[in-house]
Design a protein. Structure first.
Length: 149
């Protein structure tokens, strides 16, 4: 069997069960009709949810893909904070505050897709994402680059 040449690895976000051929998929260089059919079949139970996907595209337009188990952290944080959009300037805008318990629920759910092994680190990563969105978490400090916590 001939070895396929890997052309590209793409990380994209699509709506579960509702993917359509378009510019995001065209730039990857895969068989868009086949991908959308397989993706929609695989994600029909997550209809309407944002699904993070990694696609390995090969030179013969074939592909394989992997679907992450959870929504992006930013989407989960906005749902918990009950806001539609994040703050424009995270230094001056605070659009909402969520409880530590809500943030911990998000961190526990996201641990399957994160590269952390304990809840405290996951919680601080979620806090960092929230901070960039202008959303505060009560009693939690985000991970700061260079800190040794």
């Amino acid at each position: 069997m001939a070895i396929k040449e890997l052309k590209r690895i793409a990380k994209i976000q699509l709506v579960g069960g509702q993917a359509r051929p378009g510019p995001a998929l065209a730039s990857i260089g895969i068989n868009m009709a086949e991908f959308t059919k397989q993706f929609n079949d695989k994600t029909k139970q997550r209809n309407g949810e944002i699904v993070r996907t990694i696609i390995w595209a090969y030179s013969d337009k074939s592909f394989k893909f992997d679907i992450k188990q959870t929504e992006p952290a930013s989407v989960m944080i906005k749902k918990a904070a009950k806001v539609q959009t994040a703050g424009k300037n995270q230094l001056t805008d605070t659009v909402a505050t969520i409880s530590k318990e809500d943030a911990l629920k998000i961190a526990r759910a996201k641990m399957v897709d994160m590269n952390v092994y304990d809840e405290a680190a996951a919680l601080r990563m979620i806090a960092g994402t929230a901070k960039q969105m202008g959303i505060k978490i009560k009693d939690v400090e985000p991970i700061v680059k260079g800190s040794k916590k």
